[in-house]
Design a protein around this ligand. Structure first.
Ligand code: ADP
Ligand code: MG
Length: 389
């Protein structure tokens, strides 16, 4: 899954076939999975993603004529050619909006990007909640940063990529995905404070401790997910306004009961607030456990996080609940849905010796329920975006 020399060479070769000359370089940016801290990033709270070995690789060369040419191995169709002067927010409803949005955001921020030829190939499953969109944005941004000598740091690239996705693509997302793809390190999870973007790399080497983290991609995405995301976001903003704080992050865990009492009969807002405040607390618990050698105990915290997303935030679905229930009843240490909800992926923490039993139990439960067969893989915390050729 990582970028073997052969893979990098084949992406470079394909670039040469498409554009008639070898690329100036090849870059890679990973997808991510969020260990804990769900729906906290737009509440100025804490998240804790780590990078997957699955990555989007880009072969890129500069152009000086104001033209952007884009090609992806992963979608039908040939090279797409876009004049830079024509780039405008929400003007493009296809995949090219993601890399074009990055070029737009860089130019908007005053960086002299004069054009590029880009060829992409990815191993990140799309639409599975593993952030193929951020991998695509970050790999484009890093390549242009290096080629045009812009000198931007990982967190700054992440900000620009988020702007590309929010404004150019028109998808309201927090800062987690792009920061994870840009800044994660191998063998670590990234503890990120989404308010000030301060980061801490937390050693997270499950294999050394005899455990595994499975990702179960349910391969479903229920169609109402986007509208529901917007509703949750608006509900959290309403909660912050009613409580007189800038963001729900400002409600301390110890003040939660008092805050809930103040919300009176705003039942839905109360549930959203309770999830966000307890979820921030769970991120801090997981950090403390990992830092004190209590890795096995994070399982329980993950499972509590799932219950909160299912019952308070109400964004789970039968497929995700089935993964969690089956994993726990077949011996997992903990499990939860990860990502936006209503489909996508779940994560399962298991003793290495139980990996097969749990995987099989989940597969069988899906077959028995007549659900699409899930895709299960072991997630090894991998490197963030970097130049690979
Ligand atoms: P996620 O980020 O969870 O995978 P999104 O809906 O945010 O899901 O982003 C998926 C979209 O990103 C795809 O529909 C496609 O438009 C674009 N995309 C991601 N990876 C690629 C790729 N390798 N080539 C072309 N488009 C891609
Ligand atoms: Mg995405």
């Amino acid at each position: 899954m990582g970028e073997t020399t052969a893979h990098v060479a084949s992406v470079a070769e394909r670039f040469e076939e498409l554009y008639g000359a070898a690329p100036e370089g090849v870059w890679s940016a990973p997808g991510r999975v969020n260990l804990i801290g769900e729906h906290t990033d737009y509440n100025d709270g804490f998240v804790m993603p780590f990078a997957l070995p699955h990555a989007t690789v880009a072969a890129v060369s500069r152009r000086t004529d104001g033209v952007l040419r884009l090609h992806s191995e992963d979608v039908e169709g040939g090279v797409v050619e876009l004049p830079l002067t024509g780039l405008a927010p929400e003007s493009d409803r296809t995949w090219t909006a993601y890399p074009a949005g990055v070029v737009w955001a860089l130019r908007e921020a005053g960086h002299a990007v004069t054009g590029a030829d880009v060829h992409l190939a990815s191993t990140v499953p799309t639409g599975a909640g593993l952030s193929s969109s951020a991998a695509l944005e970050v790999v484009t941004a890093l390549a242009l940063n290096d080629l045009f000598g812009l000198g931007l740091k990982g967190w700054q690239l992440a900000r620009l990529c988020q702007r590309a996705e929010n404004v150019y693509v028109g998808a309201p997302t927090g800062i987690m995905d792009q920061t994870a793809s840009a800044c994660c390190q191998e063998g670590h999870a990234l503890f990120l404070d989404t308010r000030d973007l301060s980061q801490k790399q937390i050693p997270f080497d499950l294999a050394a401790e005899g455990m595994r983290l499975l990702v179960v991609d349910t391969r479903v995405k229920h169609s109402h997910s986007e509208g529901e995301y917007g509703k949750r976001r608006a509900g959290c903003e309403k909660g912050a306004a009613l409580l007189g704080v800038d963001a729900l992050r400002d409600i301390a865990y110890d003040d939660l009961d008092a805050a809930l009492a103040r919300l009176g009969d705003e039942e839905e807002v109360r549930r959203l607030v309770r999830h966000v405040v307890t979820e921030d607390q769970r991120v801090e618990k997981v950090v403390a456990l990992l830092e004190s050698g209590g890795t096995r105990s994070i399982g329980e915290v993950l499972t509590e996080g799932h219950a909160s997303l299912r019952d308070d935030f109400r964004i789970s679905c039968p497929e995700l609940d089935l993964v969690v229930e089956t994993a726990l009843s077949s011996g997992a240490l903990g499990a939860r849905m990860t990502g936006g909800g209503f489909g996508g992926s779940a994560i399962v923490l298991v003793e290495a010796a139980d990996e097969e039993t749990v995987t099989k139990a989940v597969e069988e439960a899906f077959a028995a329920a007549d659900f699409t067969a899930p895709r299960v893989f072991t997630a090894v915390p991998s490197a963030g975006a970097r130049r690979v050729g």
